[in-house]
Design a protein. Sequence first.
Length: 91
Amino acid sequence: MDRITDEKLRKYFSITEEAYEMAKLNVSDKEKGEDFLDMISRYISDAKHFESKGDLVDAFAALNYAHGWLDAGARSGVFDVHDSRLFTVDD
């Protein structure tokens, strides 16, 4: 597929927001966690902004950055999460 559909964007919003909520509840390192969560929140907000302007490609890109921060936090132990459906971690 060579384009971002509304359906695909909705799916990735759902997955990223679910992972974000889980990460917020499972912060292992408070100082780093606050920084990570701030960046994730900003990228999700950016994605919503781009979506509202009809720019689905940049909205999708911002969601991917948000999820990259989520995965980095999970892999580095900033978030104590064990859900391989939402994060690149082993269960």
